[in-house]
Design a protein around this ligand. Structure first.
Ligand code: CMP
Length: 426
């Protein structure tokens, strides 16, 4: 198995990273402490002390955590053979330096902000691992960075204004936050105004940032919210297109209803996705795994498959294609040549007598039909009609012949059912 050997190292690293990807308790702890440090450090500069009133303890804890995190990432890099990114290493080291503790100058606390590089990296990894949550995460990340930016801008404003001695520090911060939000949202009441040149320049920068942010919000939030339900949006767009098409071609109302019902059913059962085309694009190993998973319902329902050889189940799962039939659809017609056999996953099918009226048999979940024509190389012996919406899996003649030749047990089982049916039809 050459490919197993080729991929094994990558696969081990992949599994290792899977276990240690952001989301693990350690990474979460680091992300939380990086955020706490990013909130705390500008306040240290403004208040001359930390936000949590445990100046020394908090700084020591952060230094220890960030240093341990560097060791942790070196360890991961060695195990997974994926090198420690140079820029990330630099950011990690700078953020871990206890500069303020060593030199006592509060602006040194700002180096902790470099640890946010890890937050940005974790966010991008999360997004890759949870691609289905792309839009939700985009929204959450936006709110996270916006909240941090507003906090920093408020702290900056407070630093420029200064806090009069003996004044309420948190009250001053609250007013600064209020000024920042009203400026950013372009409301600007004008009750707090810049006095010095530096304040005027700062206010202009915040205003420009606010306009940019406003533009971003308007342009993105509505798309994000619409995209939160991409399948539904796509379905509604397709239904509209379908409606326009049917009207333009004057399709009769009853037929239009049937078409809409069909798409409604496919939407409910499969969210409008074409299972076959999605599966076909996968690499071979994953293709087998996903096919087995997607077809687990039919594999569990066909009694013969439950105890059957794994290779047989794999081959059939790969070859079977999902098809949906609506009530009244004739799936096979008496006299036609046989090209496929069918396994019913959900729904019921009626075998119609040669008179075209009476029902000879009703086949349900887990049963199959269409095998007789393939076995005997003869035309179809009867009509088979969908009595309800049916999820069916189709096995083409070539795969049928290959499975019958390779797996004698299965061949015997299909033949015995086929001949019983033939006896009954005589
Ligand atoms: P085939 O002849 O290929 O096409 C019609 C199918 O109806 C046939 O295969 C069987 O799978 C099925 N069929 C025919 N007669 C019966 C019966 N008496 N009971 C159940 N199924 C039947």
């Amino acid at each position: 198995m050459a490919h197993t050997h080729l991929f094994s190292r990558g696969a081990v690293a992949g599994r290792f990273l899977e276990r240690n990807r952001p989301g693990g308790a350690w990474s979460l702890l680091i992300l939380l402490s990086a955020t706490a440090a990013a909130v705390d450090s500008p306040l240290r500069v403004v208040f001359g002390r930390d936000a949590f009133a445990h100046f020394f303890l908090f700084d020591l804890l952060i230094t220890l955590l960030f240093t341990a995190d560097i060791a942790f990432h070196f360890w991961i890099a060695r195990k997974s053979h994926i090198p420690y990114g140079r820029l990330l290493l630099l950011a990690d080291i700078v953020a871990a330096l206890p500069l303020q503790l060593a030199f006592g100058w509060t602006p040194f606390a700002l180096v902790r902000i470099f640890k946010l590089a890890r937050v940005a990296q974790a966010m991008s990894t999360w997004r890759q691992h949870h691609i289905h949550l792309w839009n939700t995460l985009r929204l959450v990340y936006f709110v996270y960075w916006l909240a941090l930016s507003v906090h920093w801008l408020s702290a900056g404003w407070l630093a420029l204004r200064g806090i009069p001695p003996g004044a309420d520090e948190w009250g001053a911060y609250l007013r600064s936050l209020y000024w920042c939000i009203s400026t950013l949202t372009t409301i600007g009441y004008g009750d707090i105004t810049p006095h010095t040149n530096a304040q005027v320049i700062y206010a202009m920068v915040v205003m420009i940032f606010g306009v940019g942010m406003y533009g971003y919000v308007i342009a993105n939030i509505s798309t994000i919210i619409t995209n939160l339900q991409p399948a539904r949006t796509r379905y509604l767009a397709n239904m509209e297109k379908l409606g326009a098409f049917m009207r333009s071609r004057d399709i009769p109302q009853a037929m239009q209803r049937k078409i809409r019902d069909y798409y409604g059913y496919v939407w409910e059962q499969r969210l409008g996705y074409d299972e076959a085309s999605i599966v076909q694009g996968l690499p071979p190993g994953l293709l087998v795994e996903v096919s087995l998973f997607l077809k687990r319902d039919i594999i569990a329902k066909v009694p013969f498959f439950t105890g059957a050889n794994d290779d047989l189940v794999k081959e059939i799962a790969l070859a079977m294609q999902p098809v949906v039939y609506t009530p009244g659809d004739v799936v096979v017609r008496a006299g036609d040549p046989g090209t496929d056999m069918y396994f019913i996953s959900r729904g019921s099918m009626e075998v119609i007598a040669p008179d075209g009226q009476s029902v000879v048999a009703t086949l349900r979940d887990g049963e199959f039909f269409g095998e007789m024509a393939l076995l005997r190389n003869q035309p179809r012996s009867a009509d088979v009609r969908a009595a309800s919406y049916c999820d069916v899996y189709r096995l083409d003649k070539r795969s049928f012949d290959s499975v019958m030749a390779k797996f004698p047990d299965f061949a015997a089982h299909v033949r015995s059912i086929g001949s019983k049916r033939m006896d009954r039809s005589r």
